[in-house]
Design a protein around this ligand. Structure first.
Ligand code: SF4
Length: 243
């Protein structure tokens, strides 16, 4: 087996690791991840419903784990309130709100007002992807709450994934969970959650790019509604010119 880093692992290695981990619980995947990567692993939490589950599982394995939130500066106040509640519930977690290089005002001066309406890919790139890339350059692996049934682009996600976009290893412990499983866990364990979920927002991102969803619509139908965009770019398979 090659060294467990993006640089050395082959596609066959990923297959072998996933075959070995097949059937493991999410908690076991998280244990494996911290035992394997230790401080070289970071959890990028969106503070959505899945994020509440992963934070709770992480707290059982690594109570002082490093957790990052991509703070675009245009999140809902309910999201920031949730982060404060999570900090109170898990005081040992090292939660850091990563900031983009430009404030919203500076972005407007350089790129014009409401860039999210004209070029959301560029806006996401500056406010989400670049801050994440900066920290992943210092880590071997990152964790995400992707679930296979969230969207067709996520249907083939494995526990352990080769991440060409960030030249990293992406660990997804919740791939097999259904939306109902997530909420069962939240209620059973009395976890905090974003109050917007109860106002028709199953998936919550930035204020300007998130709408409530009508009954029957897809869980992510409220994200970038009306634009030809379904992902911020964190989870696209595009490779990056990073070596
Ligand atoms: S979700 Fe919208 S506002 Fe947030 S970074 Fe992306 S384009 Fe900009």
């Amino acid at each position: 087996m090659a060294e467990l880093s993006y640089k050395y692992l082959t596609d066959k290695d990923y297959t072998r690791i996933n075959n070995t981990l097949a059937g493991s619980s999410s908690l076991d995947i998280i244990k494996w991840a911290y035992e394997t990567f230790k401080d070289e692993l970071v959890y990028a939490c969106s503070f959505g419903a899945e994020g509440m589950v992963i934070l709770d599982l992480i707290s059982k394995v690594r109570p002082d784990a490093k957790v990052i939130f991509l703070d675009t500066n245009v999140h809902f106040k309910e999201t920031y309130e949730l982060i404060d509640r999570v900090k109170q519930k898990y005081p040992c977690l090292q939660i850091e709100l990563l900031q983009p290089a430009l404030s919203i005002d500076e972005q407007a001066v350089q790129y014009g007002d409401a860039l999210w309406k004209r070029n959301p890919d560029l806006c996401c790139s500056m406010r989400k992807l670049e801050p994440l890339e900066k920290i992943l350059n210092t880590k071997k692996a990152w964790m995400s709450g992707l679930r296979r049934d969230q969207s067709p682009t996520r249907a083939n996600t494995q526990f352990i994934n080769k991440d060409d976009r960030f030249s990293s290893i992406k660990i997804c412990p919740l791939i097999h969970w259904k939306w109902e499983d997530v909420w069962d866990y939240i209620y059973l364990n009395q976890l905090p959650y974003n109050t917007l979920h109860k106002s028709g927002y199953p998936s919550i991102g930035c204020i300007h790019c998130t709408l409530p969803v009508n009954d029957g619509s897809h869980l992510r139908a409220g994200r970038w509604t009306g634009l030809n965009k379904t992902e911020c770019g964190l989870h696209l398979k595009t490779s990056k010119n990073k070596e």
